[in-house]
Ligand binder design. Sequence first.
Ligand SMILES: NC(=O)c1ccc[n+]([C@@H]2O[C@H](COP(=O)([O-])OP(=O)(O)OC[C@H]3O[C@@H](n4cnc5c(N)ncnc54)[C@H](OP(=O)(O)O)[C@@H]3O)[C@@H](O)[C@H]2O)c1
Length: 247
Amino acid sequence: MAYYSLFQLYYKLLRSLIYSKTKYAAGGVCTSTARLDGKTVLITGANTGIGKETALDLAVRGARVIMACRDVEKGEEAAASIRAAYSKADVEVRELDLADTCSIRAFAQKFLREVNHLHILINNAGVMMCPYTKTVDGFEMHIGVNHLGHFLLTSLLIGLLKRSAPARIVVVSSLAHNFGWIRFHDLHSQGSYNSGLAYCQSKLANVLFTRELARRLKGTQTHTDTQHMGERTDDPHCSNKTQQVED
Ligand SMILES: NC(=O)c1ccc[n+]([C@@H]2O[C@H](COP(=O)([O-])OP(=O)(O)OC[C@H]3O[C@@H](n4cnc5c(N)ncnc54)[C@H](OP(=O)(O)O)[C@@H]3O)[C@@H](O)[C@H]2O)c1
């Protein structure tokens, strides 16, 4: 009998431990209903997953949402489904391939010519644990897309963000950043490659970039956030749970 109770206690403890760990990884749920009328938002990788859900949510709250996608056709399909869900959605799609600095520069040039304000930039697009590949410019894909591509995009748009202040830059990272370190001796994993470590390194780079950006933007009314986007429980419709990692 005593043996049985001990087993029950152990089982309950284990269950509550797993539950707390899952809850921690899932993060909080964004329940904000703040209106964003008159605000312009740019989201990278908005044709699917977390980016698409975020685009829908911000459009419903009145923002003009610009969806930056590498596959315009997929982007247009996503925009159409957002309009189908909310007929007043002000969404548009623009082409951006973060694995190609020429594409990023062309995107920014056109954007700066045609868009007068940018209040929120959401650096969301990301590759996760892909086989070893390189960007057009020869960077390892995770660090190239997740960090360097967004680094260049943000640098090119920072003037417009400052002119549109109050503004916000959100960098989508992950709790995975905790398991990463920056391999300064082999940033592009040419010596050895592990897709998990490459992902974690890129997500840590996201956090470090945001922290330094926050320091440099102090007093400009342009704020920065890094977000862990929780756990996706299914493919096209994520849970969109967010947990702030850094401010
Ligand atoms: N999923 C999770 O549980 C989780 C947890 C923590 C953090 N995050 C972070 O949340 C973000 C979004 O994740 P997700 O789950 O929504 O991923 P996803 O469904 O795989 O979507 C990734 C998006 O990034 C785009 N993308 C990839 N490479 C690109 C490039 N070279 N140029 C432009 N866009 C590119 C993809 O476009 P295509 O459709 O054309 O490939 C897609 O739109 C990522 O930064 C990820 O690290 C996710």
